[in-house]
Ligand binder design. Sequence first.
Ligand SMILES: Nc1ncnc2c1ncn2[C@@H]1O[C@H](COP(=O)(O)OP(=O)(O)OP(=O)(O)O)[C@@H](O)[C@H]1O
Ligand SMILES: [Mg+2]
Length: 280
Amino acid sequence: MSGNDSNLSTPRIVAVANQKGGVGKTTTAINLGTAMASIGQCVLIIDMDPQGNASTGLGIDHDDREISTFDVLMDPNIAARSLTATRVPGLVLMPSTLDLLGVENELASTPDRSFRLKQAIELIKNVQINNGVEKKPLDYIIIDCPPSFNLLTINAMAAAQSVLVPVQAEFFALEGLSQLTNSIEEFRKLLNPTLEIMGIVLTMVDSSTNLSKTVAAEVSSVFGDKLYNAVIPRNVSVSEAPSFGKPVLLYKPKASGSQAYVELAREILHNERGAEQPAA
Ligand SMILES: Nc1ncnc2c1ncn2[C@@H]1O[C@H](COP(=O)(O)OP(=O)(O)OP(=O)(O)O)[C@@H](O)[C@H]1O
Ligand SMILES: [Mg+2]
């Protein structure tokens, strides 16, 4: 062991989570991962959702999901073999299949069932990824969580250093958020004492209404600077891109959604670099 167990050690492990469905978790995992790769980071996306939307959205056909997250949770030793190249240089995927629905049953009597993903990540965190030019170590591992707090999310929360929370700019946004922070508090007590909220990103923001501004003001009154300045607009290219198996940055690089995810990536990198180098 290097002795460097700090929360800022690399790769950074980020769970994209919100128990509320359809708020933009998968869209954020895919497009933030792509945006990070586009600015030189090496990224692994782990698809922890049986729906497999991150895998489909990255254009990985079912036939190409040879070793899936399910297989890895069954046997963390095969994690390295699950890593699947995507069409984005520097971005690899651990794909998921519907098999993941069976994890809860399969691991019911396994004492370390909450820590299977953590074990797998320990074994792959030093892998080198080809970014099209050279092989480099992973900078970020982004885990796309399902919309519920089941054993899959528990594994993600046990493995992650921090949680990125996409919040849809809508009326009841804050209610869901307080549930989420309570759950994170529980995860911290039970599984992962240093788990923190990395940040909150507003998604599907419609700038023609005042609602987004109201939600942003409410979220920042509770979470302060955890709310990112970058906001993700509602943008049709973002919702079309997965049907082409592409992140929006490949499908329509100039779309407002593409630019927004690049801004988010830059803000996250800037914040974390700032945290690494405290002012003298
Ligand atoms: N910025 C955006 N602009 C337009 N549509 C969007 C945007 N972000 C997400 N969507 C659409 O909203 C829907 C839900 O998004 P997504 O699948 O990312 O949410 P999720 O939180 O992962 O859902 P689930 O809880 O089912 O996993 C999708 O159809 C997606 O294409
Ligand atoms: Mg999803």
